[in-house]
Design a protein around this ligand. Structure first.
Ligand SMILES: *Cc1c(COP(=O)(O)O)cnc(C)c1O
Ligand SMILES: [Zn+2]
Length: 397
């Protein structure tokens, strides 16, 4: 029996389980809702906390996967949580942990949403997938499509790192470079998916099935720490990772596994920060970032042009959690990438370094409580955009 269905995030209209991306009534993005009474009737999380195996498939009752559906997996999830020793001032008894999503099968967290979305594509009997990507979604889509035996077409903006482009091609995907920024690629992918009846895996809130994969970060964090952290700092493009993590904790609370929720900090690069701008200006609605995106953090450079409501959704989650949104300058990213590698042995993608630089900034500005436990999500591996660092050092970026 199916215990889930798509529901409009904005107006609450409910839908059948089908390849659907927006509400037919209000055009809003969708969310998956579950019959929690049924799922949680067997004290759901407790046995999983000590269960063997790391794959996200162990949480399948809380993923939009039919009971008999084989999951498409490359062993994603079960990533390390390590405590920093030398990077963070531990004066106030605060501790900073890093969740190393950089060691997933394609070296970024996107493997979680893509494993779920590719399983959904197979479930729907589709044989082609399409996505727009700043890089990591495309690499994960290409890998999981190869695993599932589906055709895959990817639309990336100019300036996507060579490492990611060439990985997509190695996995056998068809790669198209779109003139302009990420939002231009988003539009072309949307048109192509409709024209070809392909499943659209673009990792904004476009695909409600994909977003659910991000919840598994929350379940793992709670088990690994043995408690709910005070703050979770997340690099955000449109923000489904941040929202997914928060939703995961809310489910654990609903199940009676915890009674606390974390505060969420969303981090963008100063050169493309539509959500941060709206937070600072105390706006409810996020506006698109109309200046050209100017940052070396290509993985999170999403100007949200034509879909600013995605940013509004993320901002509302940040506010609900009593969190904050902040932006980091490129020079700080270069500096912290080096510090993180030198002092902790962790090489992170520039987009991911935002979460570490933000932790330091939040500490320095007194935002963190005494004895707070803080998690920075290291969303991607430094090897995925090494050329950006090399070019920057040479002065060509
Ligand atoms: C996609 C991505 C993000 C942003 O995640 P969203 O869920 O799109 O907001 C952050 N860091 C890296 C490395 C990414 O690839
Ligand atoms: Zn609606």
């Amino acid at each position: 029996m199916n215990t889930f269905r798509p529901v409009c995030w904005f107006c609450g209209e409910t839908y059948e389980i089908e390849p659907i991306y927006t509400c037919r009534r209000c055009k809003g993005t969708l969310d998956i809702q579950y019959d929690y009474k049924q799922v949680f009737s067997q004290a759901y999380f407790q046995p999983l906390a000590s269960a063997a195996g790391n794959e996200i498939g162990r949480f399948r009752e809380l993923l939009p996967v039919w009971p008999n559906q084989r999951m498409i997996t490359l062993g994603e999830g079960g990533t390390p949580l390590i405590r920093t020793n030398n990077l963070f001032n531990t004066g106030n008894n605060q501790s900073l942990f890093l969740k190393l999503e950089s060691v997933n099968p394609t070296l970024a967290f996107k493997d979680r949403p893509l494993a779920v979305a590719m399983t959904a594509a197979v479930q729907f009997g589709l044989n082609e997938v399409v996505c727009a990507s700043t890089g990591n979604t495309g690499v994960a889509a290409a890998a999981y499509a190869a695993r599932a035996g589906l055709r895959c077409a990817i639309y990336v903006p100019e300036g996507t790192p060579e490492e990611k482009r060439s990985a997509m091609e190695q996995y056998g995907a068809v790669l198209h470079t779109v003139k302009g920024h990420y939002s231009d690629a988003y539009r072309v992918a949307e048109e192509m998916a409709a024209a070809r009846q392909a499943f659209n895996l673009t990792s904004t809130y476009m695909n409600p099935y994909a977003v659910e994969g991000n919840k598994t970060v929350a379940y793992e964090l709670a088990f690994q720490l043995g408690k709910v952290p005070d703050w979770i700092i997340v690099p955000i493009g449109a923000g489904p990772l941040l929202s997914g993590i928060y939703k995961g904790f809310k489910e654990m609370k609903l199940a009676g596994f915890t009674d606390k929720l974390p505060r969420m900090a969303g981090v963008q690069a100063e050169g493309c920060a539509p959500i941060v701008r709206a937070f600072r200006d105390e706006e409810i609605d996020v506006q698109p970032w109309s200046d050209p995106a100017q940052t070396i953090a290509s993985g999170i450079a999403d100007p949200l042009i034509t879909y600013p409501a995605d940013g509004t959704r993320t901002l509302s989650v940040i506010r609900e959690s009593e969190g904050i949104a902040l932006a980091i300058a490129d020079e700080e990213l270069i500096r912290y990438r080096r510090l993180l590698a030198e002092r902790e042995g962790v090489l992170a993608e520039l987009s991911s370094v935002t979460a570490v630089a933000a932790a330091a900034q939040m500490q320095q500005t007194g935002l963190l409580e005494q004895s707070a436990t803080i998690i920075s999500i290291v969303t991607g591996h430094g090897l995925k955009d090494m050329s950006a660092a090399i070019n920057h050092t040479k002065g060509s970026v």
